[in-house]
Design a protein around this ligand. Structure first.
Ligand code: 2BA
Length: 107
């Protein structure tokens, strides 16, 4: 079994949640905040059998879009002493971690 952690943009989260439901993939959705932009994003926790990992990755790939965004990053403001200027960043589609699960219990 694997634990997949997928961070996607909030804009894609509804579509992705529906795709997981349609494919009978159990998951937990968390409302999270990106450390750089400090904007809301969504993190999905998906515990899944090894043989279905590829299916899950395909679903994420299909439903999470990459976007370019001009932002006035709070981090730049912090680091550079308040001089806010816009930077162009490419966000997503998805940042995905796949980890082995040592044990899985439901009590
Ligand atoms: P944020 O930390 O808000 O980052 C949003 C986007 O800003 C990133 O997109 C990246 O293109 C850019 N970015 C991040 N740090 C930067 C920096 N120091 N200088 C210039 N640009 C920077 P993604 O790479 O697609 O990441 C999207 C979100 O995924 C991130 O939101 C964060 O919440 C999460 N993430 C990305 N890499 C991660 C990692 N290694 N560990 C944990 N979470 C991660």
């Amino acid at each position: 079994m694997k634990m997949i952690i997928a961070i996607v943009q909030s804009k894609d989260s509804n579509r992705l949640r529906k795709a997981f439901a349609k494919n009978h993939i159990q998951m937990t959705q968390l409302s999270t905040t990106g450390g750089f932009l400090r904007e809301g994003n969504a993190t999905f926790l998906i515990g899944i059998e090894d043989e279905r990992v590829q299916d899950v990755l395909e679903i994420i790939k299909k439903n999470a879009k990459s976007r370019e965004q001009y932002v006035t990053s709070q981090m730049h403001m912090d680091v550079e002493g308040g001089s806010a200027f816009p930077v162009n960043v490419q966000i997503g589609g998805a940042t995905v971690f796949v980890m082995p699960v040592e044990q899985f219990h439901k009590f």
